[in-house]
Structures are given as C-alpha cells and as structure tokens.
Design a protein around this ligand. Sequence first.
Ligand code: ATP
Ligand code: MG
Length: 742
Amino acid sequence: MTAMLDGLNPAQREAVVHSGAPLLIVAGAGSGKTRVLTNRIAYLLGERGVHPGEILAITFTNKAAAEMRERVEALIGPRARMMWVSTFHSACVRILRREHEHLGLPSSFTIYDADDSRRLMTQVARDLDLDVKRHPPRGLLAAVSALKNELVDHESARDAAQSDREQLIAEVYGVYQNRLIAAKALDFDDLIMTTVNLFQAFPAVAESYRRRFRHVLVDEYQDTNHAQYVLVRELVGPADGELPPAELCVVGDADQSIYAFRGATIRNILEFEADYPNAKTILLEQNYRSTQTILTAANAVIEKNRGRKPKNLWTDSGAGERIIGYVADSEHDEAAFVANEVDRLTDEGLAKPGDVAVFYRTNAQSRAFEECFIRVGLPYRVVGGVRFYERKEVKDVLAYLRSLANPDDSVSLKRIINVPKRGIGDRAEAMLDALANRERISFGAAVDRADEAYGMAARSLNAVKGFAALMAGLREKVEDGAGPAEVLEAILERTGYLADLQESTDPQDESRAENLQELVAVAHEYESTEGNEGIDGFLERVALVADADQIPGEHEDGLITLMTLHTAKGLEFPVVFLTGLEEGVFPHTRALGNTQELEEERRLAYVGITRARQRLYFSRAVLRSAWGAPAYNPESRFVSEVPKDLVQWEREAPAPSSTAFGTQTPQLTASASKTRKTGFKSLGAFGREPISVAPGDRVIHDTYGLGTVVSVEGRTGEHATVDFGSEGVRKLVLAFAPLQKL
Ligand code: ATP
Ligand code: MG
C-alpha cells in the first residue's frame, strides 16, 4: 500500500483514488476533507503520473496553501513546489499578470485592499456629492462588491436597476470602476471577475489554462461565491468540448458556510450535482478530530438550522471530558477565568499554552484577553486583529512603493502626497485634481505638471514640486534596478518618515518605527527567495497576505491563539474557549430577529465548537462594558441548545433576584483569589500608596486598558500622563487611579 493511502478509511481512500468524473466530498467538520484533498494530490503525483504543473489547488487562506504544499512535499518530495496551491485571489493575480496585455493593463497593476477600496469609494461619494450619513461608503462598497461577486458589471447593473437605491449604486459603481481603471488598479473582487471576463472574452486563453491544469481541487467549497464558482467552471471546461474537462474535486461542508455576507453561496454545494450531472459524491462520516461530547454538542446546535441535509458524524475516540461552562461577572473576569484555566491545564500537564485557542465573535473582544494575558504573563498572539499590513505606517510606506511601481495609482499617491506633512493641503490637492480632469491625465501626471494648475499659491506649488522631485529621485532608483528593500530604505530616509518617528516623544512612534524596520526586513527576506520578482512581486505578495492572513510571528509555537470565529475555519486546537456566549454578542445583535442571519451565526457556532479536539469551554460575561455603555446580556441561545448533561458549570449565573450586579465584590474577590498565583490582582484599590512609574512604562488601567506612560509630573511625581491609544491620552493622579504597572 502506498503512503498516500495509509491510515485512511475506505470512504477517504475512495475519494483519493477516484478518477474521471467531478468529485464532491461533503462532510462534517473534522472528517478529513482537507486531508483527503492533500493525499489526493500526492496520489495524483505519486501514483497516477500527473505532472505537478498540471495541478491547481485552491485553499481559503495563504497559510492553508502553504500547509498543504508542505504536506504534499512531505509525501512526494520537492517536485511538489511546481504545483499551484493558492487562494482564488493569488491564482487570479498570477493569471492576470501573465495575460495583462489582453486586458490593457500594465503587468504592474496595483491591487487595492479593503482599506484602499474604502478610500477610493469615499472620494467617489464626495465627488458625487452624496450624503455620507445616508450612504456610508462602506455600504456602497458592500453593494458594489455584491454585484461583482455576482459578475454583474456596472452597465448591466444600470440596466437592471429599479429602485432609487439600485440606480444610485449602479452610478456609484460606474464612477468607482472608472477610477480603478484610471488608477490601473483592481480591487479584490475584480481579481476574480476580471479573470472570468478574460476567459470568456478570449477562449484561446481559457483553453491554454485548461490544457495546463488537468486537475482542479478546491477546499472549503461552501464558501465560494458565484464569481468563483464560474471561474472554476471556466477552468474545468465543458463536458462536450474538444478537450476533455479537467478532473475536478471539491470538498466542503454546507454547515460551515460563514461568508454569506461576502457573497458565498451554499447553492454551489447544494446544487453541485445538478450542475455536474455525472458527478460522484462521497460522504465522510467519521470524525477524527473531536471527542464524542464535543461532536454531540456541535450536532445539537447545528440541528436547529432548517433546510439542511442531516449528517451522521461519529467518532470512536470516546466521550472525553465534559464541556466546562463559566459565567463571569465582566469581560475582565471572563479573561481571568481563561487565564486561570490555561494555568491549571499547564500545571497539571494537560495542555500547553500553544494548544489553546480563544475564540470570540468580534475583534474588539480581544482587548480584555490581551490585557489580562499581559498582566499575568501568558504568551499569546492575536490572529486577524489590526494586521501588520493594515497598520498606518506600513500602509503609508507601501503607498510610496506602490506609487513608484504604478504612477497612475491615485489612491496611493493621494495617501502620501502630504505624509509626512510637507505643506500640500486639500486645496492644492483639489487643484491638481482639477488639472488632471481638464487635461485628461492621471493625478500622478498632474503632480508632475503642477505648474499648469490654476490658482495654486506659490508655497503650495513649491511643495508639490518638491514632492515631484522626491518621487522622481526615487523612481530613478527603481529604474536603476534597486530591489524593494533598498527602495524602501530610500523612502524611509528621503521622506524623513523614519526620522520623524525616531525624534517623536510619542512612545507609540517607537513601535511604529519598529514596524517599518520589520517591513524592510520582510522585503529583504522576499529578495532572498528564489524567483523573486522585484518590487511588483513584493507588492503582490503583500497585497495578498493582507487579504486573509497575517504575517507569521517569530515564535508561533507556545503561544495562546486569540482569534475571531471567522478566522478559525479549517483549524483545530486541543483546547478551545468559546467566549462571549451572550445574546447580542454571539449571536451578533445584527442577527437577532433575522432567521437567515441567525442560521449563519449558528453555523459559526458549529465551526467554533468543532475546532476543539479534547477540551471545550463555554464562557460569557453577565456585564459587558467593552463598548462604552455596559450591557447585561442573557445567555446565548447556542449554549441552551447544547444538551444540559454535556456541560459542567464551574460557575453559574447569579440568581436573577440577586442584586449582585452593583455589588459584586464577593464574587470578584473569589475569582481574584483563585487567580492570585498567576499574579492577577484585583484592581481598583483607591487611595493606596501611589505607584511609581517612569516615562515609557507600560501600565494597565481599569477603564482605559493598556497604556504607556508619556511623562510624570508634580513635585513628587504624583501625576502621570498616559497614552491609552484609542482611549486617548490622559492625565492621572497616581494615588487614585486604578492603575497597575506591568
Ligand atoms: P474542517 O471541516 O474543519 O475543515 P476537515 O474535514 O478538513 O475539517 P481535516 O482537517 O482534514 O478535516 O482532519 C481533521 C483531523 O483528523 C486532522 O487532524 C487529520 O489529520 C485527522 N484525520 C483525518 N482523517 C484521518 C484518518 N483516517 N485517521 C486518522 N486521523 C485522521
Ligand atoms: Mg478542512
């Protein structure tokens, strides 16, 4: 027996060796879908004599792609590197860069991420004089994105528009699209839609990819949208064409479809058999991930959704531990509970911090956990918070690089024309815009011809000229063949960006400077990889990782993982904490009273529960104050849907008649004493000895959270000014502030 079939059950084996007709593998979480896909690729290469170049495998994140490639490589060796294993977006970028001439695009076209797209849409809304209160750019963008995911272009949208809103969207779409074209940029949705258009408009191009990719495999198929669905169909080719269709293998689980808001449609999975009449379907029913307790809980929750195919997921790994439940007083108490449990598991040798994942519904919820973990010294990483590539300083500097690679990219250019401040105000920018319109040139060209702008004050004109000269100098460097790292360094130096940060007294600027150094390091690393494609290639990589992944930390192992439920898809952890199980938090307020959205939230709960291998925790906070006004939320319905005997409550809600909410001291003390050994102390001790701090110290405040001491004032150092990031800079009296030094 070959290595690729070792240890697989009969249904899995059948899926691996199946050849010919399209194959759909539908199965619940943890049944080995991804493993089957990986082994199937290895089998194709190792046993069926398929060339690695003939394989196109699609995963949901770049990280998943890297993992799959690694695993195949482990099975069949370095030949695996020639396969295309990537996300839809990466695959499309690769295709578009090769075929750009057909589309009238430069090969160095820019990719706009969500933030760039929002900026562009904001400009469009402003130029169309829209009331942004009634039509927030975010909403406009979502509407345009939905149309693109349905492969509707703006002309068709206009023809089909009936309501005022639809007409408005169509108009906005048209203007937005023309701006993208002028900027020689594509947004994320365009990547897919443009590739589909390319294949449909140039059959010979489509044909060449069909000849190349004889095997198309798609993981997480339940989360493909219509555009991606059509793309797959185009790649596979018609059943009655000259060329036999490519072998298609898709795997997914309708119960894990959690991206409807991005246009994903379960229809793709439910109707696969109708779309591919000769398709073969294989069901996998044995779960290899979780204990029976965890599976029973997951099944009980998902059963409440209607219109789904019942599944028979089982495991032979035994009942395992009961789920542990905890009702916390506040989100801080909830975090302390998690920290305590991780400590206990570690002490008892039952798990290590690296085995643990903490899931929550929205990014904002990570704060309470981070604060607590920092305080007690638990190592953690946050996946999908403010990601590295979304930080302002990183985006600013990348905008320089992008403007150099593509001078027509107006969003990038406008982003940095006055960053760092160089005296080019909104008025000067508007005049350049007017010049661009008048002369029908790009904004970048207008910058170079600022002399021709009407009515620009001499000072502004000088500033613009200075900027144009700066960019020209940098461009020369690019033309001389400098790589991304060298150009980045030149940008940091010549613009004064780095110097500004280094001279600043704002402590956060120090970490900003570090991030920029990190970016240069990333560029160096990119340059040292094989087949690197200079600045364009670097920008492409950056744009795509920014989409769904984050830059891997240095010491990934041994850290607790904090992430939203949406980013947890496809992953597994020995220990999972499902937190914030409150009506209005999870399920999200938006979903309350909306059956469809509730069902999507329930699928998200199913995804969350099924990530756990051995131990699962449910927690909630009676009082949650994370969003300003405190909220008392009742228990999430998802908890009550789990059979009672599966959950062991370590702490239950105070009786409703209790007046505990205002005077919860006894409970707080109880949980604080439990946590004492980890160094967690009850905060809010007023009127004590003033703590002594110095500028640069990291502190934690009961209300404002994490902060950095900017300065210490008063004769005896009794006041301190502390920067709490988004909570502002505050002056505190040290004797009274509920503050602790970290
Ligand atoms: P999800 O729906 O969450 O994406 P999945 O169906 O893709 O899950 P996998 O991640 O492929 O499931 O597998 C779940 C776990 O079970 C993995 O740890 C995998 O290695 C293991 N596994 C899968 N099949 C087998 C098998 N036949 N024997 C032992 N372990 C298996
Ligand atoms: Mg999977």
